[in-house]
Design a protein around this ligand. Sequence first.
Ligand SMILES: CC(C)(COP(=O)(O)OP(=O)(O)OC[C@H]1O[C@@H](n2cnc3c(N)ncnc32)[C@H](O)[C@@H]1OP(=O)(O)O)[C@@H](O)C(=O)NCCC(=O)NCCS
Length: 199
Amino acid sequence: MTQEGKAESGRSQGRPEDFPNQIVLANGRHVALRPMGASDRERILRFARSLPPDDLLFLRTDITEPVIVDEWIADLERGNSITVLAEAGGGLAGYATVHLEQARWTRRVGEIRVQVAPPFRGNGLGRRLTLEILQLGQSRGIKKMAAMMTPDQTGARAAFEKLGFQVEALLQDWVVDRGGRPRDLLIMSYDLEGLTNRA
Ligand SMILES: CC(C)(COP(=O)(O)OP(=O)(O)OC[C@H]1O[C@@H](n2cnc3c(N)ncnc32)[C@H](O)[C@@H]1OP(=O)(O)O)[C@@H](O)C(=O)NCCC(=O)NCCS
């Protein structure tokens, strides 16, 4: 296998040695990237519970709940999800995850979720995590990456547009927020067929 081929197959398994590890953000802070594993359960719970109320309101699944994080870890172990963590100063600065539904007729589409802690935002971490996930998704045969949010998440929509995602659909009263209120669902997508290795 070529070096490139090895990198691709390793990347698709999400092995630590295949990640660039240290990156430097626009504000000079150093952040380490690595795949998430079962031992990150408490770290994720701590991170989720430290998020501001507005972010918590729109979480697709309530990752402040241990049982939900356990399901996430089971998905990682089954290969249904891959998550890249960003660590700084002994805690989490953010993460990005792709959910792969191999058994479904939508299997050509992956779903990305990105969450950056407020003190780390606006410094390129969301962009970097998104790129990692787009490349991982591409190496798993995903043709399109979908990002889901509500139209109220104007900052996230603007950020995803700048990252090259386009609005795919707006579904009325499709989801409920953490407070139980119905919300519209905005689906944005990124076509992976044209993605190259360039950052
Ligand atoms: C969306 C999110 C991941 C962006 O993370 P980030 O680290 O701030 O993003 P970056 O600094 O890499 O910015 C990426 C691009 O989006 C732009 N951007 C980021 N936040 C923005 C905002 N609130 N409004 C407008 N543009 C924004 C940046 O300017 C940058 O574009 P540029 O490189 O062309 O200048 C982060 O705000 C977040 O975690 N939000 C809460 C969770 C969420 O809503 N996730 C989306 C649903 S999956």
